[in-house]
Design a binder for this molecule. Structure first.
Ligand code: GCB
Length: 647
């Protein structure tokens, strides 16, 4: 985190010391962008698909379905990519399927990509849930564990080995969750044949959203020259009106290369440049990146263009990559969260990647609609509950000034066996992957390593101490937290976090129907946590289910009136404590979302202030009024926001 108030030289020295090198990953994961040296070919659309419904789900591997076109080994149906496969057909067995499914797509690769041996051809999958194996023309090119982060394989030499064969991509995806996956789960076989059919088994999960599966984000091919920009890391700071951009470029594929790094402003004017692979660029009259509703001109982005010139056996190649850069600092005191040394109050939401039909599949219309709703609401932030969201969503946050608490998929760590070494090792690896992907987003201001783990269990102390220390070493510039719902006196991980994030559902899961308990229970919650740790607190979840259109006065649970009343009671306490050490409030949830079937869920979780179709419930208007009031009090409205309510 930045050092508030320190002079310029100290800041540069501090910046020079911040690049951690503890990650176990040996390559970058830059978002694929087109440039004069790079092409991108999207493979979204219809893929061939088959679920392996054999009893042990191994038929596909036993018969090597990847070796031949999928249609040759059995029936194939159309499946859109990106999308979860669960809600696409009328087949209940596919909706609740557990095990391997197979996707296939034949691609025409531009001849010039193949002809030019100096071109790297990379296959990239934005995310596939949960475990994936990928083949190209029957040859395995990569395996990946984890459902929410990208993976890649370079496939140029494979395609060139047989240039006349079309490029057939096969991806097998398995959604099974075990004790050491993230999130964890268990498979339970029911062997009592007086009660269950032969071979019956279920997936137990310890989290509250549907375990949607499939290829959830774009699959694409992109090219780079042989010598290419593999990774860029940027850390920013400022002193008075001078901005500091510390950068580090890693180049691969060239024994020696010359570099040109140029920082340009929004109008395309060069403001600083260098020819070194790492250094600190200084920006005079800096325009800082500010959150939405905190400044008249929020979300100012510079562009860091990196050019790599390499020569090999007489021929030269150039790679160009441009990274958006927002210059801002983040720091935490015992009672405040500071962005650019100014107190920031989170008034925002928790979200899910979730919608009708497409499940967790990336969908631009939905993303843009959600951003319009966030702005309408006057929300300045959200938390990526309970897993990393698509990179395109973080790019929208960078561009619109929406502040993000970036959460890894450590949700539902409830079984003591999920605190073992295998789980911890995987969790550390996922943090490596997450920080590698999201480190350069100015909108990301804090890492959340988990949601509501069983933090009272004895192994939680070592687990969270290690995990948080590791995350801070990966990125010393951002605070780290995890989200707790446990009692402050029993929580083993809280001593290690920078910010206390606490979820509570008074008058819902506790004392259901008794709105009158909220003021006392919520005040006690805040006083207890602050009294013990003297760290700033975010109410990271609160809310109540409301079935859209269900009304009762006096308020009763599940009605829109009750949801409104819960919010209003919480808000009165927030208003007392936010003058002291409460630094934010995030409603649970932005929109209704799908869950597993159960006796407490009526076709999903209904705690959204918007329905799943993004229509407002009464509570949305309460929150909108509050957030705009908070914005008027604590921040500055953007210049274009003359009439915020008509947004
Ligand atoms: C929580 C969880 C969230 C649930 C929510 C609820 O504490 O973090 O995943 O959906 O409560 O509605 O029960």
């Amino acid at each position: 985190m930045a050092v508030p108030g320190s002079p310029g030289l100290l800041r540069v020295l501090w910046l020079l010391a911040v690049f951690g090198a503890v990650s176990s990953l040996d390559s970058g994961m830059l978002f694929p962008r087109e440039s004069s040296s790079r092409e991108v070919k999207e493979l979204s659309g219809l893929w061939g698909f088959r679920a392996d419904k054999s009893p042990d789900r191994k038929q596909g591997f036993d018969e090597a379905w990847y070796k031949r076109p999928l249609a040759e080994s059995g029936p194939v149906i159309d499946m859109p990519v990106p999308a979860s496969y669960n809600d696409i057909t009328q087949d209940p067995a596919l909706r609740d399927f557990i095990g391997w499914v197979w996707y296939e797509r034949e691609v025409v690769v531009p001849a010039r990509w193949i002809a030019d041996k100096g071109t790297r051809i990379v296959l990239r999958v934005g995310s596939a849930h949960y475990y994936s194996v990928t083949w190209v023309n029957g040859v395995k090119v990569t395996e990946h564990k984890g459902g929410h982060l990208p993976f890649e394989a370079e496939i140029g030499s494979l395609l060139r080995a047989d240039p006349l064969t079309p490029c057939r991509i096969t991806i097998a995806v398995n959604n099974t969750l075990t004790l050491d996956t993230l999130p964890p789960g268990t498979i339970q076989h029911m062997d009592d044949h007086t009660k269950y059919p032969e071979g019956f088994f279920i997936q137990n999960i310890y989290f509250d959203f549907f375990n949607y599966a499939g290829i959830h984000r774009a699959v694409l091919l992109y090219t780079t020259p042989k010598a290419y920009v593999d990774d860029i890391t940027v850390v920013t700071d400022f002193s008075d009106n001078t901005g500091l951009v510390k950068y580090k470029v890693s180049v691969k594929g060239a024994a020696s290369a010359s570099l040109k790094v140029t920082l340009t402003d929004k109008d395309g004017h060069c403001v600083a440049s260098s020819s070194e692979p790492s250094g600190v660029l200084t920006v005079v009259d800096v325009k800082l990146w500010w959150p939405y509703l905190m400044h008249e001109n929020p979300a100012y982005l510079y562009s860091l263009e990196v050019r790599v010139l390499a020569s090999n056996k007489g021929s030269t190649s150039e790679d160009v990559y441009a990274l958006p850069v927002g210059i801002r600092t983040v720091s935490v005191t015992s009672s405040q969260f500071l962005i650019n040394n100014k107190p920031f109050y989170f008034h925002g939401v928790n979200k899910h990647e979730d919608a009708d039909i497409r499940g967790k599949g990336f969908d631009w219309p939905l993303v843009v609609k959600d951003f319009n709703l966030l702005k309408w609401l006057g929300a300045n932030s959200f938390r990526t509950s309970h897993y990393p969201y698509a990179e395109e969503i973080l790019q929208m946050c960078d561009r619109h000034g929406i502040v993000v608490i970036d959460e890894c998929p450590g949700v539902g760590i409830k079984d003591i066996r999920s605190f073992g070494n295998a789980s911890l090792t995987h969790h550390l690896f996922v943090m490596d992957e997450l920080v590698r992907r999201d480190k350069n987003h100015p909108s990301v201001v804090m890492w959340s390593v988990a949601n509501e783990p069983a933090a009272e269990m004895p192994p939680a102390e070592y687990y969270f101490k290690t995990l948080i220390k590791h995350t801070k070493a990966l990125d010393p510039t951002r605070p780290v937290t995890y989200i707790t719902d446990s009692n402050y006196a029993r929580d083993k991980g809280a001593p290690f976090v920078d910010v206390i994030c606490v979820n509570s559902y008074f008058s819902w899961y506790h004392d259901p129907g008794h709105l009158e308990v909220i003021p006392i229970q919520l005040s006690t919650q805040f006083e207890s946590w602050y009294g013990k740790y003297q760290k700033p607190i975010i109410q990271s979840e609160y809310g109540a289910d409301a079935v859209p259109g269900l009304h009762n006065d006096p308020p009763m649970m599940f009605t829109e009136e009750y949801q409104k009343a819960v919010l209003q009671s919480y808000h009165r306490v927030f208003d007392q404590k936010r003058k002291q050490y409460v630094i934010g409030e995030l409603i649970w949830n932005f929109a209704d979302f799908m869950t597993a079937q159960g006796i407490t869920r009526v076709v999903g979780n209904k705690k959204g202030i918007f329905s799943r179709q993004r229509q407002p419930k009464s509570a949305a208007f309460i929150l909108k009024e509050r957030y705009w009031r908070l914005a008027n009090e604590t921040g500055k409205l953007p210049v274009w926001t003359k009439y915020p309510c008509s947004l």
